[in-house]
Design a binder for this molecule. Sequence first.
Ligand code: ACO
Length: 431
Amino acid sequence: MPTKKYTLTNVATGKSSELEALSPTIGPDVLNIAPLAKDHGLFTFDPGFMSTAACESKITFIDGEKGVLLYRGYPVEQLAAKSSFIEVAYLLIYGELPSPAQLAEFGRSITRHSMINESLRRFYNGFHHDAHPMSQVSAVVASMAGFYHDSLDINNPRHREIFAHRIIAKMPTIASAAYKHMLGQPFMFPQNELGYCENLLNMFFAVPCEKYAIEPVAAKALDLLLILHADHEQNASTSTVRLAGSTGANPYAAISSGIAALWGPAHGGANEAVLLMLEEIGTADAIPKFLAKVKDKQDHTRLMGFGHRVYKNFDPRAKIIRETCHKVLEKLGRADNPLFELALRLEEIALRDEYFVSRKLYPNVDFYSGIIYSALGIPRSMFTVMFAIARTAGWVAHWQEMISDPAMKIGRPRQLYTGKTPRDYVDIETR
Ligand code: ACO
């Protein structure tokens, strides 16, 4: 694997070390800095992991300059056009597209695992009706370890597989239970004859007293959003899942940590924040005033749904979602959606503005996703939960990849200490 070597020399002592640059299958070389601490007693300093690869992975590849996103080598555009979320989840976890029989078996297993334990369902009663659904979902997922003692051996591949199927299957049920709890409506059980997204919509919007007609366009749009959010290499929540999982913690605890990390507005919480921002801006004539606030360094306002740590050209997912927005709104008979119009205008103005151009800030996946969720009837507070349902597939794939690697180590970063040097304790009477 090593292709190039770099030499690091301490100019004071003349001591040198050879560092190997590891070659990925695509993307820039990665310098192996492991010898630095041993040879020179040196750590590296890279706040925010701006240029640090924390692990080796075969799951997802991003080229931020070219706007490329590949799941297991397949371009996300092709998967969005031809695949389904369940197939993508299989691809992410098992590494290859399934045969028809494998896909049918995986789908059957996901369907069969979708109910949640009745005791777990009673957990929701402990939440106030206006508790944010992300707090409910992260707590319920963390609690799942208490229900599955029979399959928690992380070193047993079959246990890991059962966990993977269980969590993917139950996330829609867990999410919809949180939604129904917020509304004060009865919980709707999963229906085995429905597909993953149809079931999700049914659990959200059906009520026991009348039939609910699932809109195929809505199910298709939801499936697409889940595909586009399914994985994104070592983002903050996935890295959190890896770090928590690296301690040997049970996988439900690791996924729950990922859900908590996703909640932040700089990450998955952005979809909710975008809609809030659009509602606050209100009309197109207020855009210049809002952008002036965004550009004012004394003000902490950000243009939500814009900018990305890795994409410095465009986010391919945003492009697909914007096109889908047009189609979905039209098909659902909501083509004259004022928030979508406002978002389009905001994007147009921002992309011509020197502030955003010079910083390479483009719409990210969540600039338009909330508009589709809204058109499907999903309330703003549930947007990040929808993201969590999708990203569970990626989190599971990364956790599996990490745990099944015999070279796995606990994640333990070092620091640049800038605190006090040693000093003696001062008795309280003399302070
Ligand atoms: N609005 C205004 N200015 C921005 C924005 C934004 N959305 N994003 C970045 N900037 C500016 C910063 O102020 C900074 O300017 P400066 O150089 O004058 O100080 C510069 O662009 C670089 O920004 P950083 O914050 O250093 O970039 P970083 O890679 O650390 O942050 C992030 C990426 C967190 C996504 C950021 O762009 C952001 O906060 N965007 C808004 C929130 C959002 O949409 N998050 C969703 C990301 S996608 C996802 O997780 C699903």
